[in-house]
Design a protein around this ligand. Structure first.
Ligand code: NAP
Length: 352
């Protein structure tokens, strides 16, 4: 049921996402297109990928594209390997980094050479193996209650006063979901307010602090600015018994993302805001539920890929969207990662 054989973001699997020969036509790049300003075809790439890169080189040449108009020199596409995400040295703040998906996001950014401030709320223990593996020059764990404005300001002070410098990229990943499923008429006002506070209001506080500081940073930081917000299929389809969580996720994925993507460009013209909407994903928190066959059946009944996700399915898409190099023209999008799920299974046969 659970697929462990998943893309790991390595070079080969990322390269396979490039268009196929048939996608880009059959043009052959003329020899003069092999300029150092364009994508270099690695010597060992003599198959479809090599031809594809040649075709892209030709397209750049034919369209007389002046890259320098659009990208600062360090960010121009194709300077290094074709799908280098350009995240090396970027300072990324990941909220809820100590949780299941947050850990994988943190690991992947560190692997890409980024400097990650890994936020946690109560438990930094899960982050320690990653810090040991990648070193404190790549991952630093910082604690904060994100519902508290002063604590968030302190978090940014601590994060940016280190050698990591100003935050380039913000990943809003933290969230809670009540343990008990209750219909709206049974949800207490206290529960409702707590969920909205932790998931939505805290995200407002964090992104507000990020933007306030971004406004003051030099263009070299602004040019890499990007926000990725982790939503949920609950925000797309709703979730009976979990309306507080679903409402917070809809607000994050739609109202907040779509407003922010229009505001952020006022202070950083190339900055982008996107959301990711995972479906059921195996983490220590969800594993007990995912072991329940009824829950799995209900989740997968409308899902053509017939499997739940792993954190390794989510993190690469977060990194891709955060990357100015590969996603520099993508903003205001909600990328659903849910195996093609079409909606909720509301009634089983016995219930009709
Ligand atoms: N797993 C899924 O099936 C699934 C599906 C759809 C969407 N998502 C979304 O994906 C994201 C990550 O989910 P996950 O399953 O990895 O969650 P998780 O393992 O429960 O981790 C949640 C993270 O949020 C932090 N957090 C909890 N309460 C907080 C608070 N009051 N203030 C600040 N941070 C707090 C936790 O910190 P501490 O542990 O340090 O307390 C932890 O790092 C969430 O936004 C979730 O809604 C998950």
């Amino acid at each position: 049921m659970i697929n462990d054989d998943l893309p790991n973001g390595d070079e080969e699997s990322l390269h396979e996402t490039w268009p196929s020969e048939s996608d880009v036509g059959n043009h052959v790049a003329p020899p003069h297109c092999r300029s150092t300003h364009l994508l270099d075809v690695p010597a060992h790439r003599n198959g479809t990928l090599g031809r594809t890169i040649s075709q892209l080189n030709a397209a750049v040449q034919l369209n007389h594209i002046d890259e320098s108009r659009y990208y600062p020199s360090t960010l121009r596409p194709g300077r290094l390997m074709p799908l280098d995400l350009g995240l090396e040295g970027a300072h990324v703040l990941v909220t809820g980094a100590s949780g299941g998906i947050g850990l994988e996001i943190t690991r992947l950014f560190a692997e890409q050479g980024a400097k990650v401030t890994a936020h946690y709320n109560t438990n930094s223990a899960t982050l320690q193996p990653l810090i040991s593996q990648y070193g404190s020059q790549h991952i630093r764990a910082l604690r904060a209650d994100l519902t508290d404005e002063a604590a968030v300001s302190k978090l940014f002070d601590e994060a940016t006063s280190s050698s990591f410098g100003a935050v380039h990229i913000l990943i809003l990943n933290h969230a809670i979901s009540a343990k008990i499923r209750e219909p709206v008429w049974k949800i207490s006002l206290e529960r409702w307010k707590h969920t909205i506070d932790v998931n939505l209001t805290s995200s407002f506080i964090v992104v507000k602090e990020y933007l306030k500081r971004l406004e003051m940073t030099p263009d070299v930081i602004k040019d890499r600015a990007s926000v990725v917000i982790i939503g949920s299929t609950a925000g797309q389809f709703g979730e009976a018994g979990n309306a507080d969580y679903a409402a917070s996720k809809s607000a994050l994925m739609y109202g907040l993302t779509l407003s922010l993507k229009n505001e952020i460009v006022k202070i950083a013209p190339k900055a982008r805001v996107n959301s990711i909407g995972p479906g059921w994903t195996v983490t220590p928190r969800t594993e007990p539920s995912i072991k329940n066959p009824d829950i799995v059946y209900t989740a997968l009944a409308t899902t053509p890929l017939k499997k739940v996700a792993m954190p390794q399915d989510i993190a690469p898409q977060v990194a891709l969207l955060a990357s100015q190099r590969v996603s520099g023209h993508i903003t205001g999008q909600v990328l659903m990662i849910q195996g093609g799920m079409e909606g909720r299974l509301l009634n089983k046969q016995a219930e009709l």
